[in-house]
Design a protein around this ligand. Structure first.
Ligand code: NAP
Length: 491
């Protein structure tokens, strides 16, 4: 693989990451083709990677399968030590990892640094959790029996990650899998494979045995996905990405009743009730909407604001949004980077023109910046109604639609009126209301008087068509463990 001068110029220790192709699992590649990785801010070529084929994926799966017994056979403490070691190396090289992330994904460097810290936090959490895998004993109904449950690793895990959090998604999947004693084949998104490659290079230094971690680079996810789902050696698929691809993977896994964990799309409501602290709500909405340029599955997608506070909220919010600086993530004080590609830009443009056509008002922004590149002005739209595309679909960009409401019961019904159920937010101060609304919202995660809730200590995941299973917390470990009931008789 070649890393270009542009990328290595950002690194303190380029030699460590320069030749990612020398990572052992990649020597399996047939090397038929290559694909290019570009910087979305500048369009510059960053690297060219081997475009692995189905046969290469099968080799990676074989390696993971061969390493399975050895890795599962280590003590929990030994697995924990390797995860700690990896965690330390990631912290040590966090500046370089953040630079790689900003270069290939575009997010501001400060956000990239915080993502690397978040990725490291998952490794730390599961290094600790590895030591806390417990079974149970059951009171047997007869005296001559003993009954118990032990937990065992599922086996080889196929993991597929998206481009919007290319480091933390990798850590969030791999660390519980490794802690549980599973081995992994990972395919990162085509747009952002470099930070995953760099993390794997550090894993190699951390001393994971050969075959425990395997990386597959590919320009298209479908061939890799088919092999991971069809190969009987893979016992579980863990996927983060769109609901559409989640449905496809579920169908492909049905032949072997393969276990799945899915973190899929969202359409998060953000409700500001009449008893909310408006300033806090404005600040929370900025965080929940504009982090990562709105390219976040838990991004506030529909802002419902009570009539009595609507105007003051809209004014203060638009003022702050207008001040968000857009640009190359490496520039100082940039808050909003580019969108990942031209398709993302076209989607946001389509949402804006549909809303305007149906009577909405642009309070700020509304346009792409420049003719080349994928920068879009942070945008606030008011006068939004439920029939507009922005009220129904995930925008995945820096566009905040504000919907006025009067009836507090009706707004909860509207918030739940979606196939998605990932994250919801609301601001209120009345305690009775806080509990009633928190319980009524049909979402896997609810932020109450906060616009930010991701944490390695909490179970991340969705209801309805937003996913299956949870990542993070002690629950995230359970997704990689099988329960085995042992019954001993004749005692
Ligand atoms: P995507 O198109 O579903 O891609 C995600 C990953 O799946 C990429 O690695 C992609 O690889 C791969 N992929 C694509 N088609 C595939 C197929 N047929 N079989 C197997 N793998 C395939 O999603 P995206 O557009 O990159 O990401 C945005 C979506 O992800 C949004 O809906 C967002 O809400 C969701 N998301 C959810 C969470 C969560 O935790 N719930 C977190 C982040 C994002 P290639 O790119 O190489 O094709």
């Amino acid at each position: 693989m070649t890393l270009t001068q542009r990328l290595t110029g950002h690194l303190k220790n380029p030699a460590l990451f320069f030749d990612l192709a020398s990572v052992p699992h990649l020597s399996a590649t047939s090397g038929a083709g290559r694909f290019a990785v570009h910087n979305p801010s500048t369009g510059e070529l960053l690297a060219e990677l081997p475009d692995m084929e189905t046969a290469d994926v099968a080799v990676a799966i074989d390696r993971a399968d061969a390493a399975r017994a050895c890795w599962a056979g280590l003590t929990a403490r030994e697995r924990s030590d390797a995860l700690w070691q990896w965690h330390q190396l990631i912290l040590e090289h966090s500046d370089d990892l953040a630079a790689i992330l900003t270069a290939e994904m575009g997010k501001p460097l400060a956000e990239a640094k915080s993502e690397i810290a978040h990725a490291a936090a998952y490794l730390q959490w599961y290094a600790e959790e590895a030591n806390r895998i417990y079974g149970e004993t059951i009171s047997a109904p007869s005296k001559d029996r003993r009954m118990l449950v032990i937990k065992q690793p599922i086996g080889v895990v196929g993991a597929i990650t998206p481009w919007n959090f290319p480091a933390s998604m990798v850590a969030r999947k791999i660390s519980p899998a490794l802690a549980a004693g599973c081995t992994v084949v990972l395919k990162p998104a085509e747009q952002t494979p470099l930070v995953a490659g760099a993390m794997f290079a550090l894993a190699r230094l951390a001393g994971f045995p050969d075959g425990v971690l395997n990386l597959v680079y590919a320009s298209e996810g479908d061939g890799v996905g088919r092999e991971l789902c069809a190969n009987p050696k893979v016992r579980k698929i863990s996927f983060t990405g769109s609901t559409e691809v989640g449905r496809l993977l579920m169908r492909q896994c049905s032949g072997q009743i393969k276990k799945v964990s899915f973190e899929l799309g969202g359409n998060a409501p953000f409700i500001v009730f009449d008893d909310a602290d408006v300033d806090a709500a404005v600040e929370g909405a900025i965080q929940a909407k504009f982090r990562n340029a709105g390219q976040t599955c838990v991004s506030a997608n529909r802002l419902y604001v009570h009539s009595s506070v609507h105007d003051v909220f809209a004014e203060k919010f638009a003022e702050l949004v207008q001040a968000l600086r857009v640009g190359d993530g490496f520039e100082a004080d940039v808050a909003i980077g580019p969108l990942i590609d031209i398709h993302a830009l076209r989607k946001i443009e389509a949402h804006v023109s549909d809303a305007v056509l149906k009577g909405a008002t642009i309070r700020c922004g509304g346009n792409r910046i420049g003719q080349s590149g994928t920068f879009f002005e942070p945008t606030v739209i008011t006068g939004v109604i439920s029939t507009m595309q922005i009220a129904q679909e995930e925008t995945f960009g820096p566009l905040a639609p504000i919907i006025r409401f009067d009836d507090p019961d009706e707004v909860v019904r509207a918030a739940n009126d979606t196939i998605y159920g990932l994250a919801a937010y609301f601001y209120a101060s009345n305690l009775k209301r806080v509990w009633r609304v928190a319980e009524a919202l049909e979402y896997g995660m609810v932020g109450i008087n906060t616009g930010r809730m991701s944490s390695e200590a909490a179970p991340f995941g969705g209801l309805k068509q937003s996913g299956i299973g949870r990542e993070g917390s002690r629950h995230g470990l359970e997704d990689y463990l099988e329960m085995k009931y042992l019954c001993m008789g004749g005692l």
